[in-house]
Design a protein around this ligand. Sequence first.
Ligand SMILES: Cc1ncc(COP(=O)(O)O)c(C=O)c1O
Length: 395
Amino acid sequence: MFSSRTNWPLTVNRLSSEIEELRRKGRPLLDLTESNPTRCGFAFDKQAILEALANPRALDYAPDPRGLLQGRQAVASYYAELGITLDPGQIFLTTSTSEAYSYVFRLLADPGDAVLAPQPSYPLFDFLAGLNDVRVIPYPLIYDQGWQIDLATLEKRLEARARALLVVHPNNPTGSFVRRRELAELLEFSRRHEMALVADEVFADYSLAEDPQRVSSHAASSDALTFTLSGLSKISALPQMKLAWLVVNGPTELLQGSLTRMEIIADTYLSLSAPLALALPELLETRRTLQPQIMERVTSNLQALDARLRASQPVSRLVVDGGWYAILRLPSIRNDEEWAIALARQDGVLVHPGHFFDFGSEGHLVISLLTKTEVFEEGIARIIARVASTTEGPR
Ligand SMILES: Cc1ncc(COP(=O)(O)O)c(C=O)c1O
């Protein structure tokens, strides 16, 4: 009855059933995975947001496959502030980056083709690729006082059917940005193998420190066919608005061919509603009051974390350059899932096990830096105490 692409393992994993059980029993939980920005106590400009959605021009139906020009001009202005000049014709509005990924995979790949994706990274890649009949070939990011792309392994993993190389800038959950030096190699690699580069930049505005070695945005890359994805879910912390975009750039001929074909894909769906496209300029503007609040939360949580982690103790954190997450390293006397279950059951603390993001080895827990600071600090204290008592006491 059903397609094989929907043959997902449908059993609930051990951690999820444990958490369900704790919630059913009414156990108070400290959720260190909270990354829904609408639930983290930030002050949104409610009036501006709601008024933006009430533009009378939305009463007229004037379909445009790329999304209404006014919205695309606002996206072009966002990039202009980064020093990148784009023609609104290079921009397509979508209802999510997930939809943008689908458009790009549909444009580039036939069933059975593959995309190269970083590991560890965004857990949705397997689903996004699978739903578009595309395979994911992971390429590793390696950690040595900071993350970097393992270019040698990337080259080795390449297959004839690879159609695109994905990067996440900064990556979720490692918080690592692509460096200029890496981008030069990735572009050369993509050109040489006739692949496109796909850059997910949803967290790009959340940088913890300036770094001139870092790529500012892939939207400026025209040496290889490049698709840059972003949207309001992180930029303005408005995931409920369902508004994202993709920017196409590249060598002239490839760019023109892509735009023409992408226009037909987008015209088939005409997915973004007029009220949202017209609201985009104001909704993007709200980032100016939201992003400082988020950066303040992220930095104060990181400081609180560092204040509690002493160099000598068995819990440490990995270097993070941006984004909304931190990665804790724990002794691998237990695997990640066992740590996460023990913390939920014994301490009422929720964390993501590293395997959720496909870490290559055990000993990693991922926590959200958006968590309210009181919850975050108490949660960290309990994690440290749990690890100390597990490593010191009898097992
Ligand atoms: C790397 C990455 N891309 C995209 C998204 C989601 O974007 P959207 O809501 O536009 O689909 C997320 C959400 O966590 C993410 O981590």
